[in-house]
Ligand binder design. Structure first.
Ligand code: AMP
Length: 190
């Protein structure tokens, strides 16, 4: 069973590449950002709480995210065929919780695909996406907070997964097809 974590800064192409990975490898897609946006749209308690963090570009607290992820895993049979985790984990406690949740389900993270993109390109992509996404967090001020949060809270995960011998750096610049070809090579070599 293949469980892939797609890792990278906001704007690094996680969502775009996840779609291509799903098409080729038939994995179940869990994007914690998408799940939170659906909760917001449905006006749930979690959605209301998450909104305050998301609009400021901050991370939603670990306990809420870990609980939400466990529910998605438990309520979707298709997760048993393998999952692509997109936007999760974003902190060390989340990574440790994921390890435990998967171990409890007699599986593990097969590989982390780390999309590496330079910061000016990230800002450029997110501003462009903001023109069409309608996302309240794709504006310059929130983008800057999201990148700062990424550097402070999420980049330590790279070393965590290097230590676990799971991290695969992918050069995330170039065309969508070029980047996907690099990812395919990594996954096919697992
Ligand atoms: P994304 O769609 O992955 O860019 O996520 C959008 C926003 O949702 C982030 O800026 C966070 O506020 C929140 N979020 C998504 N995933 C997580 C997570 N794993 N941990 C904490 N907050 C998250």
């Amino acid at each position: 069973m293949l469980n892939v974590v797609i890792f990278g800064a906001p704007g690094s192409g996680k969502g775009t590449q996840s779609e291509l990975i799903i098409n080729k490898y038939g994995l179940f897609h869990i994007s914690t950002g998408d799940v939170l946006r659906a909760e917001m749209k449905n006006g749930t308690e979690l959605g209301k709480t998450a909104e305050g963090y998301i609009s400021k570009g901050q991370l939603v607290p670990d306990e809420l995210i870990i609980d939400m992820l466990a529910k998605v895993l438990d309520s979707n049979e298709e997760t048993k065929k393998g999952v692509i985790f997109d936007g999760f984990p974003r902190t060390i406690p989340q990574a440790k919780a994921l390890k435990k949740m998967l171990a409890d389900r007699v599986t593990e993270v097969s590989a982390v695909v780390g999309l590496e993109v330079e910061e000016p390109e990230l800002i450029d992509r997110l501003l462009k996406r903001g023109q069409v996404s309608g996302r309240s967090d794709d504006n310059l001020e929130t983008i800057k907070s999201r990148l700062e949060v990424y550097h402070n809270q999420t980049t330590p995960l790279k070393d965590y997964y290097i230590e676990e011998k799971k991290y695969n750096a992918i050069h995330g610049m170039g065309s969508v097809e070029e980047i996907f070809a690099r990812i395919e090579k990594t996954i096919d070599n697992l």
